[in-house]
Design a protein around this ligand. Structure first.
Ligand code: MG
Length: 160
């Protein structure tokens, strides 16, 4: 089997809304009006999905193996920095991220006013273009009941 020169990866993440009114909402590295999502880190579902997508593309396992949610050092971690670290691992393994694209499923908060800023932060951390799209859950299931936010991402890497 010949070694492929490009590989695709897929990532998914979901976090419930926090019951803590003080909890900060961070999506794509941008702070939104709260309440935020529950999680060990800053619970940035977009950054987490992109991180899993590029790790998967490079065959480097998953976000949980690189950044365990049992690690006290990662409590409240800035997930943009986790993405930056994962991108460095991908490069160290001989792969160059090409782009990532995300679909975020949520009713609120509205992403559009902060889309450019999220894309800029994610793009800067990955070192390749990251695009973000919002999609309404149309009232279906847990996401439709506003219990949390989910994000799907795909990423492409090429042999460096
Ligand atoms: Mg997560």
């Amino acid at each position: 089997m010949s070694t492929p020169s490009i590989r695709v990866g897929q990532g998914f993440d979901i976090h419930p809304f926090s019951g803590d009114p003080e909890r900060v909402m961070t999506l794509g590295g941008v702070v939104f009006d709260g309440p935020g999502l529950a999680g060990h880190s800053d619970a940035d579902v977009i950054a987490h999905a992109v991180t899993d997508a590029i790790l998967g593309a490079a065959g480097l396992g998953d976000i949980g193996s690189h950044f365990p949610d049992t690690d006290p050092a990662l409590q409240g971690a800035d997930s943009i920095e986790l993405l930056r670290s994962a991108a460095a691992s991908v490069r160290a393994a001989g792969w160059e991220p090409q782009n990532a694209d995300c679909s975020v499923v949520l009713d609120a908060p509205k992403l559009a006013p902060h889309r450019d800023q999220m894309q800029e932060r994610l793009t800067e951390a990955l070192g390749a273009p990251v695009t973000v799209k919002g999609k309404r859950p149309e009232g279906i299931g847990a996401l439709g009941r506003h219990e949390g936010i989910a994000c799907w991402a795909v990423a492409l890497v090429a042999r460096s």
